[in-house]
Design a protein around this ligand. Sequence first.
Ligand code: C5P
Length: 228
Amino acid sequence: TAERPAEGLKVVITAGPTREPLDPVRYLSNHSSGKMGYALAAAAVALGAEVHLISGPVALATPYGVTRHDVESANDMLAAAERLADDCDLFIGCAAVADYRAEAPAEHKLKKRDDEDAMTLRLVKNPDIIARIAARDDRPFVIGFAAETRDLERYGRDKLTRKQLDMVVANDVSQDGLGFGADDNAAVLLWKDGDAIDRDAQPPQPKSRLAEAVLKRALSRLNTTHHA
Ligand code: C5P
């Protein structure tokens, strides 16, 4: 219907940081607040969708009507994403997934050594979750985020092509009060239209409103492509 244009659609969203264990008490992570992903989840419910939110550790309440799946590491997040990707219509990768994890997390707490001033940690690449989902035969419509500090559009377009995404939300994280941790965001939406790439520049606005703009754009694309 007009008020619930996402009725009948299954939406899966990743949000927040991942936590990569070093030993039983330590981890590698980042400052992602999860606010944009949670705003997308709330907006998708309001539009009538069935929403699954795969969330790294964040200090946010689960939005009304959202089914939340808590994960910690990138590998856990990938497993949840693969499991929920079946019959998924729209997948949004909003999580700040750690690019690397410790190759071999210690089984017991690492001890400080008095005889060594340096310590080497070997890291290995984490799987690219959104690229895995986009590579599926039964792929949903896939939206990725590109957080950049310069050449926003160039990197955004590159990500769209390289990860085979349907849409990229490119946001400038170098501006004060926008992006990481903030309540507001500005972004350029980029999407494939045949061989061309279309764009829609969204001014600074609350993440809730930007979330709605992203979803409405995606829904109109979903209805005009084979994904519908
Ligand atoms: O390549 P980059 O990390 O900048 O791409 C960001 C986009 O890819 C985001 O949508 C993010 O959620 C997703 N991503 C992912 N798995 C990774 C790294 C990034 O799903 N390992």
